[in-house]
Design a protein around this ligand. Sequence first.
Ligand SMILES: Cc1cc2nc3c(=O)[nH]c(=O)nc-3n(C[C@H](O)[C@H](O)[C@H](O)COP(=O)(O)OP(=O)(O)OC[C@H]3O[C@@H](n4cnc5c(N)ncnc54)[C@H](O)[C@@H]3O)c2cc1C
Length: 312
Amino acid sequence: MSTIIVFVEQTDGAVKRAGLEALGAAQAIGADTVAVLAGPGAAAAAATLSGASIALTGDSWSPDGCATDLAAIVKEKSAAAFLCASTSTGRDVAPRVAALCDSTVFTDCTDLCKDGDAIHVQRPWLAGKLTATLKSNAPVLCATLRRNTFAPVEATGGGAVEERAMTVGKTVLTGIAAKESGKLDVSEAPVVVSGGRGLKEAGDFAMIEGLAAAFGNAAVGASRAVVDMGWRPHAEQVGQTGKTVSPGLYVAVAISGAIQHLAGMKTSKVIVAINKDADAPIFKLADFGIVGDAYEIVPALTEAVKAAKAEG
Ligand SMILES: Cc1cc2nc3c(=O)[nH]c(=O)nc-3n(C[C@H](O)[C@H](O)[C@H](O)COP(=O)(O)OP(=O)(O)OC[C@H]3O[C@@H](n4cnc5c(N)ncnc54)[C@H](O)[C@@H]3O)c2cc1C
């Protein structure tokens, strides 16, 4: 099989897990991969990988400049495909690369498969009601991959790193002011505890935060209903018009399970639903369902998680 170019995101020399997952997806179908990392810290990050990589070095981040270089590498290597994670950066870069390669981009793919030498992708359609299998008639298949869906490669180091200067394009990032929230992002956390309109008021999310804190590696999520009421920020909204999450564990508390919510969390590995209505649609998807009052169950569950953690 020919080569797949994988854009692997990094920050100041630290490779992002989503990039390792994209590499894992490509290698799982037997492709030769070339990882491309870009921006400040790219060379140090590339040195942590075990396979071939190209570090696009530079003092600043330029999405269109990076895309120009990625498209050139795709052509130089006669690559069959270009992949990256479905992050905000990936979604910025991938369409630019696709346009420069006279291709289109398939977004948020949840599987890669081979048909002979051709690579096909799968992605959810109609808010996850259908799974579409797609092939590209363009010479290069370009796709972004959903996070927490593919097994990551191990970053054991020792791979050959080639350094090149990154092209400075028309857009240059001059700085980022990060909020000092210290909170895990809902789309990256291994555990997500989400609350819905069944909670009586915004302050009751303290209960959801308590359960998330007990897990220690959990982010708080929310349904659109509570975001629309101003109880939670949009950054926490899970669903069709919010974030797509695929954590190892998703706990839905007092969420009915509308199709638009399910679209954002149905690929979670284990789903636990807590709802007082035994007929709530969320129970059709849940691996474990608890029918009852969230105000009784969540505190008890929080104590049980704390106790289990204390026992190690
Ligand atoms: C175009 C479009 C896009 C949308 N995008 C999104 C999206 O991205 N994300 C999203 O979430 N929604 C989205 N929605 C809205 C979606 O259709 C639902 O309205 C929303 O998900 C409902 O939120 P909910 O489950 O919190 O509230 P509800 O549907 O009101 O459900 C509340 C649930 O809480 C349960 N409950 C009540 N009290 C308790 C209690 N004490 N203990 C336990 N359970 C209790 C009830 O039985 C009920 O099942 C979208 C809608 C449209 C039209």
